[in-house]
Design a protein around this ligand. Structure first.
Ligand SMILES: Cc1ncc(COP(=O)(O)O)c(C=O)c1O
Length: 388
């Protein structure tokens, strides 16, 4: 509900998902009411807190189809998970890293720093004519010195899906670090354990958990250096960080409350089915794209084909800046969107929308309805005609 008592139309799920399922809210509430620090004490409440964290690990591991869930470590969000991988893999001067042209700053900034401070060579693979990542280009640009491929599985600006498995096949044994910020919970990822090398995720978007949760899964045989060391509740007699997972990469008291919520969010997805969630969201996206094609002066920046995208759609409207459009949508009909560069200046540079200050982004979630999409279309149409 808005301040004025009307319904709120939340179309900003790519930033963070809303609402959270009631199970998530309840799990966090119950964790907050428990007198416990997980894995630190032997009393029942502490053991229960550790079990809740274990449940989160098991649920997320199931979503990614990974067997050994101890190799899935929790971090504060995907930004920390990506940094843990990029900083900790021991990349050095002359090592070549390939990424797509659709990377978020959570990858672009660490890579820019590795290039500036360690002499790593970072190359971005151009998009094909339809704005999609092409496995053949990755194959072509791979060098003998390529040590890592980093891939945003779905753009948080255009919604374009990368053919991640085909890209992994194209680069062979070079490890692939996958950014699933916009895909985890929004589509079936249960084959990742078979072919991905490093999977980074965030808990508060499609996984329906709270902010402050995320993590990294590492394929057996891969190691990364911890960004920090400290207490783990294990091997406490030693001043050396334990080298077994997940403790090696999880120093300090875990975010018990957040992870209890993440366990419930991931549990909700397992019960509902990631395919069903994708079908619902793509149904909304298809209806929205159809309607947008009737609006004068409106441009969609991303693939039209639903099979090649997630339900994140960025637009520009002739005569409107992206921020004015976003504000007008909120004022007219309490529609919440996100305007600007979406922490992804490289994407806007590639699209040619950087100078204009970016785009207005609509992103749908499992709890959005067709009615809401229709209201968004009617409101956009009204605004398009107002500035005609
Ligand atoms: C593709 C992508 N990667 C990484 C991130 C960073 O997520 P977080 O802020 O949860 O670390 C985002 C957030 O919008 C994203 O869309």
């Amino acid at each position: 509900m808005t301040d004025k008592g009307g319904p709120l139309i939340y179309l900003d799920n790519a930033a963070t998902s809303f609402p959270k399922p009631p199970e998530v809210v309840e799990a966090i509430r119950a964790a907050l009411l428990a007198p416990a620090s997980p894995g630190r004490s032997g009393h029942a409440a502490s053991l229960a807190a550790a079990r809740a964290i274990h449940q989160a690990r098991k649920n997320v591991a199931r979503l990614f189809g990974v067997e050994d869930n101890s190799r899935l470590v929790f971090t504060a969000n995907i930004t920390w998970a990506l940094n843990l991988a990029l900083e900790g893999l021991g990349l050095k001067a002359g090592d070549h890293i390939l990424s797509s042209s659709l990377e978020h700053n959570s990858v672009a900034r660490p890579l820019a720093r590795l290039a500036a401070e360690r002499g790593v060579i970072w190359e971005r693979v151009p998009l094909d004519g339809e704005g999609l990542s092409d496995p053949a280009e990755f194959r072509k640009l791979r060098r003998s010195t390529t040590k890592l491929v980093v891939l945003n599985q779905a753009s948080n600006v255009t919604g374009a899906l990368a053919p991640a498995r085909e890209i992994k096949e194209a680069v062979g044994e070079v490890p692939l670090l996958l950014d699933t910020a916009q895909t985890a919970g929004a589509m079936d990822l249960s084959d990742l354990g078979q072919w991905a090398d490093l999977v980074a995720f965030t808990g508060h978007k499609g996984l329906l958990g709270p902010t402050g949760t995320g993590g990294l899964w590492l394929k057996p045989g891969l190691r990364t250096r911890p960004l920090a060391t400290g207490g783990t509740g294990s091997a406490s007699e030693s001043l050396i960080q334990p080298d077994f997972l997940p403790d090696a990469l999880e120093p300090g008291t875990a975010n018990t409350h957040g992870l209890a919520g993440l366990a419930a969010g991931a549990g909700f997805i397992l019960e509902t089915g990631a395919d069903q969630i994708r079908q619902h969201e793509l149904g909304l996206a298809t209806a929205f794209l159809d309607g947008l094609s009737q609006i004068p002066g409106l441009t969609v920046w991303g693939p039209q084909n639903p099979a090649r995208r997630v339900a994140t759609i960025s637009v520009s409207l002739a005569g409107w800046s992206c921020s004015d459009l976003s504000s007008a949508l909120e004022q007219e009909a309490a529609i919440l969107t996100r305007a600007g560069l979406h922490c992804a200046p490289l994407v806007h540079q590639t699209l040619g929308t950087l100078a204009a200050g970016g785009l207005t982004r609509f992103s749908f979630g499992f709890f959005n309805t067709l009615e809401e999409i229709k209201t968004a279309l009617t409101t956009l149409d009204k605004l398009a005609r107002r500035k005609d």
